[in-house]
Write a new protein. Structure first.
Length: 238
């Protein structure tokens, strides 16, 4: 016979921000599993993707989609659910909601309406890459994804090159070589770490100057999302 749980029940009218694995399915906390099991509804960036995770965990739960193209409508629906006392879990495809993924808008709306938002911490590609990069972790600046347009990207990199602390950003495999070319012009002497396939079978950290890494990637195919870490400037001139 199972012992009755001594853990406190979930709080009604609360939005739970649940971090999910970024690759390795073992990287989910016991608390996250309990929240997903006990909530009333899961708002998922991709219900099919989250469905795979829930099946792996043996959880059956009502899901609604919440992504960049329906944020306004779904945010209102989620606030209405909170008004009815429901416990809503928000998840993205991988990692922590709100970090370069949907989440910021609905959190702000829930708080403005007087409801609670509670973080259920866990996997985050930024933190995983930074801690294993070998670059300074005392101070860092997270940029997320750079703009797609070349002029805007160049201006952003120029602005960032005098920042103190490690720079951290996300990049797709389709633009990482372009980024290295831009870094070779703006910050040619910096040490750069490319982290890819984090927590997965083919996890890899590549280290070198922008030019060295660009030459390396020319000789191989690149897959998977990248976390790009750039060593701090040694002086104001970068």
């Amino acid at each position: 016979m199972n012992e009755p749980s001594t853990l406190p029940p979930l709080t009604p009218s609360t939005l739970y921000l649940v971090a999910t694995p970024i690759g390795n399915l073992e990287d989910i906390t016991l608390r996250a599993i309990r929240v997903l099991r006990e909530c009333d509804v899961i708002a998922a960036e991709d219900t099919r993707h989250t469905g795979v995770l829930l099946k792996h965990l043996g959880i059956q739960k009502t899901m609604i989609s919440y992504h960049a193209h329906n944020e306004a409508r779904r945010t209102q629906e989620i606030v209405e659910r909170l008004e009815r006392g429901e416990k809503v879990a928000l998840v993205t495809d991988a990692g922590t909601p709100g970090i370069s993924d949907p989440g910021e808008r609905v959190v702000k709306a829930a708080l403005t309406a007087g409801f609670r938002a509670e973080a259920v911490p866990g996997a985050c590609a930024l933190v995983a890459a930074l801690t294993a990069s070998g670059l300074p972790t005392t101070e860092f600046h997270f940029i997320g994804f750079l703009p797609h347009k070349s002029g805007q990207r160049r201006r952003e990199l120029e602005r960032l090159k005098t920042a103190s602390g490690t720079l951290a950003l996300y990049e797709s495999p389709f633009r990482v070589e372009k980024l290295l070319g831009e870094l070779a012009e703006v910050m040619p002497d910096r040490q750069v770490v490319l982290a890819r396939e984090l927590t997965k079978k083919f996890e890899e950290f590549l280290r070198g100057t922008p030019a060295e890494l660009a030459e390396l990637l020319e000789k191989r195919s690149v897959k998977g999302e990248f976390v790009v870490l750039i060593a701090p400037a040694t002086d104001a001139a970068g």
